[in-house]
Design a protein around this ligand. Structure first.
Ligand code: ASP
Length: 586
């Protein structure tokens, strides 16, 4: 036996026991000649070892040879510590070392492997296996494991079957870009890696499997951001003979179960809030509102026009938020916020401010055009109080809401209102079915082409497709879209109509999705489902913004795995075999 206990296990009750531990040397501290302290680490924790003067010389010299990250095995007796460490689970005890055996030596690690590392991002990515030894990452991996287990357990008990779907499938031009894989046996033909198992899970419903789930890798060749990776994991689910309400209830149950089981967080008995998309946009400027705080958007378009202020007079939309307790903002702070919303990603042209002093006085950057009485009506409409600062934004409706949403989130951040230990879940429902794209002058499916329109909106498909609402829903927590899904079209004629609206010719639709439309001709049950972004779900539970630290081996911002150095070139012979030629990039 290599060990009798782990490094996170020993407590005061174990005093007097003879134990054997194995693990990595985190630190070695010598207290003069006589005593050496060693922190020994494994994934269960850290235990302090003490090598004192009264052990044999050869062991003392073994102890002296130890360096960081050596793998050792030690035997000794558990003793009570004279100075206890309340911050450590094993902090009441230490192990008085009798034997030390070096199992594996280690080069000096490129960064410190402790709670807080001194290594930069790139270095830690290159030596990911060392970074993964650190407590924070180990806790993330364990959280991820627990979340996967709790989702799996819940779904199993609800009668869902875990069924695998293929990774080598066909490419479709809809949605994000595909990763493609050349086929050696089928010259000049390519597989694509799935962006999601969408069509397969629908086929499983046609096949009668009734309730399916899979914790599955998905691949999308998109530009990367903090919350995106080229390969990511979904909890992908589908159910037959259901309406939207059935799906929401089932997965609200799953979310509640996961919150409770893994975080001990419980929500009241009231169902999670349901908010129509249009309302989320009007009140928060965003289809994934962060409901941990208020500061809602109020439209001022009617009130603010016609006072000779041309910026507002020419605007399609004028809206405002009241920043709680921010009346004291200095010129500099206002300028900073203005610069923030003027960044190209947000694209504001400027910010108008209205200050509600503690004294009750109103001042604004548009005093020339608006009387204090007028401004006070705006403030009343916004529910603003003395001590608040109102920010007004104008322009196109779409752009202004975007700016107000970003401004609201930034202010929430600055005011400390986005507490990572609080969770505000909701369902956003009634999404539009289609989204018009000015550039390509066509409609795109807002969710995906298999999403069904609301039955009462079907007549609008002919007259006003943009106004058609879908049976689509998102699960949102703290401003993060954690999951999304829809009730599907299960009628091949309606599916064909949908492809037509999306600009597919019947031949194109047949070529790409014929297999699905054909399947629907053989008895398709009504069905619907949802997929949760599992990595995001994990980072949300962990209170982090980036998903990267919840994935064992993630890619960097250029989609590279710098540890194994991928992607990489392949040998000419391999290219030949695949009938491929490479060209030099310009
Ligand atoms: N396949 C969809 C997605 O990946 C989710 C769903 O509709 O179930 O977003």
């Amino acid at each position: 036996m290599y060990r009798s206990h782990t490094c996170g296990e020993l407590r005061i009750a174990d005093i007097g026991k003879d134990v054997t531990l194995a693990g990595w040397v985190q630190t070695v501290r010598e207290l003069g000649q006589a005593i050496t302290f060693i922190d020994l680490r494994d994934r269960y924790g850290v235990t302090q070892l003490v090598v004192s003067e009264n052990i044999a010389d050869e062991r003392k010299s073994a102890a002296r040879e130890l360096k960081r990250e050596f793998v050792i095995q030690v035997s000794g007796r558990v003793i009570e510590r004279t100075s206890k460490n309340p911050n450590m689970a094993t902090g009441d005890i230490e192990v008085a070392v009798g034997e030390i055996k070096i199992l594996s030596k280690a080069d000096t690690p490129p960064f410190t492997i402790e709670e807080n590392s001194d290594g930069g991002d790139d270095l830690r990515m290159k030596y990911r296996y060392l970074d993964l030894r650190r407590g924070p990452l180990q806790r993330n991996m364990m959280l991820r494991h627990r979340m996967a287990q709790s989702a799996r357990g819940f779904l199993d008990r609800e009668g869902f079957l875990e069924i695998e779907t293929p990774f080598l499938i066909g490419s479709t031009p809809e949605g994000a870009r595909d990763f493609v894989v050349p086929s050696r046996m089928n010259p000049n033909q390519f597989y694509a890696l799935p962006q999601s198992p969408q069509t397969f899970k629908q086929l499983l419903m046609v096949a009668g499997y009734d309730k399916y789930f899979q914790i599955v890798r998905c691949f999308r060749d998109e530009d990367l951001r903090a919350d995106r990776q080229p390969e990511f994991t979904q909890i992908d689910c589908e159910m037959s003979f259901v309406e939207q309400e059935d799906v929401l209830q089932t997965f609200e149950g799953m979310a509640r179960f996961m919150f409770k089981e893994t975080l001990g967080v419980e929500f009241g008995v009231e169902p999670f809030l349901r908010m129509p998309y249009a309302e989320a946009m009007a009140r928060y400027g965003n289809d994934k509102p962060d409901l941990r705080f208020g500061m809602e958007i109020h439209e001022l378009t009617e009130m603010a026009k016609g006072h000779g202020f041309s910026v507002f007079d020419d605007a399609e939309y004028i809206g405002a938020i009241a920043a709680t307790g921010c009346a004291g903002y200095t010129r500099k702070q206002i300028d900073e916020l203005t610069e923030y919303v003027k960044r190209p990603q947000i694209g504001a042209k400027g910010l108008v401010w209205i200050r509600l002093d503690e004294s009750g006085e109103i001042k604004s950057s548009v005093d020339k055009f608006y009387s204090p009485e007028t401004l006070r009506t705006w403030a009343d409409g916004l529910g603003a109080r003395k001590g608040d600062m109102i920010f007004v934004v104008s322009g196109s409706r779409r752009q202004s809401l975007r700016v107000l949403s970003e401004l609201r989130l930034e202010l929430g951040e600055r005011l400390g209102l986005r507490d990572k230990t609080k969770f505000a879940p909701l369902w956003v429902v009634d999404f539009p079915l289609l989204e018009w794209d000015d550039e390509t002058q066509r409609f795109y499916a807002m969710h995906h082409p298999f999403t069904s329109p609301k039955p009462e909106d079907i007549p609008l498909l002919d007259t006003d497709p943009g106004a058609v609402r879908a049976n689509a829903y998102d699960f949102v927590v703290n401003g993060v879209e954690v999951g999304g899904g829809s009730i599907r079209i299960f009628d091949s004629a309606l599916q064909a109509r949908m492809f037509d609206l999306l600009g597919f010719t019947p031949a194109e639709a047949q070529a790409q999705f014929g297999f699905l439309m054909n399947a629907f001709r053989f008895g398709a049950p009504p069905h619907g489902g949802i997929a949760f972004g599992f990595d995001r779900f994990c980072s949300l539970f962990g209170g982090a913004d980036s998903i990267r630290d919840y994935i064992a081996f993630p890619k960097n911002n250029s989609g590279r795995d710098v540890m194994i150095d991928a992607p990489s070139t392949i040998a000419p012979a391999q290219l030949d075999e695949l009938f491929l030629k490479t060209v030099k990039p310009e």
